[in-house]
Design a protein around this ligand. Structure first.
Ligand code: AMP
Ligand code: MG
Length: 310
């Protein structure tokens, strides 16, 4: 985006209204978790010696400080697990840097800098956090409909409050019925958000817990928006046993050295069982506003493969 296009973007009434929705979405999500469910908001981590490896390739973004290398946060998954040593229910509005492949520029869903509300609860099951996420989405959409209906009307956006429980489809079922591109097809067909559950072990990172009763299947889930808006959230139960973690790291062709400080921490203090999820805020706002592209609802939109110096 050059400076002239950015000027047009900044002065568009659409952006101004979308930013109001963004601000309200953060408030309602935070209120729901803090006041409704006793979660504690923790500060985000920007640089660290450990970050999410992610299941897809991104360019490493690194800073060197005092001769030591830190990575910019791709997600706070490891920090959430560590924070559960002192708090039971946590969340952060976590800015993430993911230098996504260039071909993701026009997906309508990818930025290289975005924020997720990243939630984790000690000793929770997948089902418990799915229920929590449903309530969070329902509460936030209800409040936005209450407070910002004039904005949604001006966008001609018809949005309804989703009904609980959201439908579920397993990864195996989705793949068999719709082929590799199941997410896009299912999302286009759907009228309400739905869950994709039981994702296969090689499709996710080592920290999503393998179902002890069903080897190769994870105790995890994605939330998918309807109307073709695609993925809203990923989450699940976490691996907390060191032996399992070693096994999973090696299964992915990774080495424990890549996660040195996480492993050191786990060896010294152990990890606690937990489950959680992260919801991308910009994608949520895009869905609520019915926008074509996540860039259209973002104040400083940085798209994959693009130089945008502001
Ligand atoms: P993940 O755990 O990788 O699924 O990320 C959590 C959530 O963050 C996703 O479900 C999306 O809502 C959001 N997200 C992930 N990557 C991006 C991206 N490149 N741009 C915008 N939002 C993203
Ligand atoms: Mg995901």
């Amino acid at each position: 985006m050059d400076i002239k296009d950015y000027g047009k973007h900044l002065s568009s009434p659409f952006l101004k209204k979308a930013l109001k929705i963004h601000s309200d979405a953060r408030k309602f999500m935070g209120d729901f978790l803090k006041e409704g469910r006793d979660f504690i908001e923790i500060p985000p981590v920007i640089i660290s010696g450990i970050t999410d490896p992610l299941n897809h390739p991104t360019t490493k973004s690194q800073v060197e400080v005092y001769g030591y290398k830190y990575e910019l946060t791709k997600s706070m998954i490891f920090h959430k697990q560590i924070a559960l040593h002192t708090l039971d229910k946590i969340f952060a509005f976590s800015p993430n840097i993911r230098l996504e492949p260039e071909e993701r520029k026009e997906t309508g869903r990818h930025l290289i800098e975005f924020t997720q509300i990243d939630v984790e609860q000690k000793n929770a099951t997948r089902e418990e956090v799915m229920d929590l996420a449903e309530d969070l989405i329902i509460y936030t959409i209800s409040k936005i409909l209450e407070k910002d209906s004039d904005i949604l009307d001006s966008f001609n956006r018809k949005l309804s409050v989703p009904k609980k429980p959201f439908k579920k489809i397993t990864y195996t079922e989705a793949l068999a019925k719709y082929g590799k591109d199941f997410e896009t097809k299912l999302s286009k067909e759907a009228k309400e958000p739905f869950w994709l559950i039981d994702i296969h072990i090689m499709e996710r990172e080592f920290y999503d817990r393998e179902d002890p009763k069903r080897p190769g299947i994870l105790r995890d889930m994605d939330l998918i928006y309807p109307e073709g808006f695609g993925e809203a959230s990923s989450g699940g139960e976490r691996e907390f046993e060191l032996e399992q973690i070693y096994k999973r790291i090696s299964k992915k062709g990774q080495t424990p050295e890549q996660f040195k400080w996480y492993i050191e921490f786990a060896k010294e203090y152990g990890l606690v069982p937990s489950a959680g999820f992260g919801i991308g805020i910009e994608r949520f706002v895009r869905f609520v506003c019915g926008a074509k592209d996540v860039r259209d609802v973002t104040l400083f939109p940085k798209a994959p493969g693009e130089y945008f110096p502001i």
